[in-house]
Design a protein around this ligand. Structure first.
Ligand SMILES: Nc1ncnc2c1ncn2[C@@H]1O[C@H](COP(=O)(O)OP(=O)(O)O)[C@@H](O)[C@H]1O
Ligand SMILES: [Mg+2]
Length: 255
């Protein structure tokens, strides 16, 4: 689904990612972990076109054929089927919960700007479909009763779920989640884990997620990549990662 080849990202003197390699298979939930500042979010930023990597390649293959997406614009990458959520939640705070999801649909609609302004029949039809889809996604994330409230009035955990609903509205094939459980209580975290497995199956997603809650990472990821100072220091299933001496050292700072 996604191949990252020898990717280096430098910001001036800072090497945020250093010759990073990854191979994410279709249908998997892959975790990316590592101490703060390890370069995790930078990797997501490079995949989604926020930054062009200093070196290396990003190859995306949603099923038909391989495509080099290195250096494409974020909207082009989203259109190909990669969507993300942000470590610092990014919602349209003053818009309603429903409108936040509705906006996600726009990436997929056929009608052009003129037909949407003039409300041509095609646009009307698409608008109706978009509305139905948005309501369905809100139900899916358990926010249907809150659809008319403003996004910023939702508690933290629900804002994170709303952000995921908006991402799903773009119909991604690969979903990137940057610390989806951040700020969630244990109950919300457990629900989130079920929810992620659920949407993976229902929407046939491949999921790449950054997370600090080890319960989440060890509980739902089939494969885990461990990053430290921009470099991949370990890779494997949850069991092998938990006993890996490099990983323990990176986290605890002991030999
Ligand atoms: N736009 C940027 N400009 C300069 N330095 C950056 C930028 N983005 C990230 N960095 C640096 O890259 C390193 C990795 O950051 P980040 O990817 O956010 O780490 P993580 O998500 O693992 O906590 C940090 O040292 C950070 O300060
Ligand atoms: Mg980060």
């Amino acid at each position: 689904m996604l191949k990252i080849e020898n990717m280096t990202m430098r910001f001036g003197g800072v090497v945020a990612a250093n010759k990073f390699n990854a191979d994410i298979e279709k249908g998997q939930i892959v975790g990316l972990i590592g101490p703060n500042g390890a370069g995790k979010t930078t990797i997501f930023n490079v995949i989604t076109g926020v930054y062009r990597p200093t070196e290396g390649k990003i190859i995306f293959n949603p099923g038909e054929e391989e495509q080099d997406i290195t250096g494409l614009r974020p909207d082009e990458i989203a259109k190909l089927g990669i969507c993300r959520t942000f470590q610092n939640i990014r919602l349209f705070k003053e818009l309603s919960v429903l409108d936040n999801v509705f906006i996600g649909n726009h990436l997929r609609i056929e009608s052009n700007v003129f037909s949407s302004i003039l409300k041509f029949p095609n646009y009307r039809k698409e608008e109706k479909m978009m509305l139905e889809k948005s309501l369905y996604l809100l139900e899916k994330v358990g926010l249907e009763d809150e659809k008319d409230g403003k996004a910023h009035s939702l508690p933290y955990g629900k804002q994170r779920r709303l952000e995921i609903a908006r991402a799903l509205a773009t119909e991604p094939k690969l979903l990137l989640l940057d610390e989806p459980a951040a700020g969630m209580n244990p109950q919300e975290t457990r629900e989130l884990m079920e929810f992620i497995k659920d949407i993976k199956d229902e929407f046939e997603l491949t999921i790449f997620l950054i997370e600090h809650h080890m319960e989440v990472v060890m509980g739902i990821c089939e494969e885990i990549l461990v990053l430290d100072h921009g470099s991949l220091i370990a890779q494997g299933d949850p069991e092998s990662i938990q006993t890996d001496s490099n990983v323990i050292e990176a986290y605890l700072g002991v030999e």
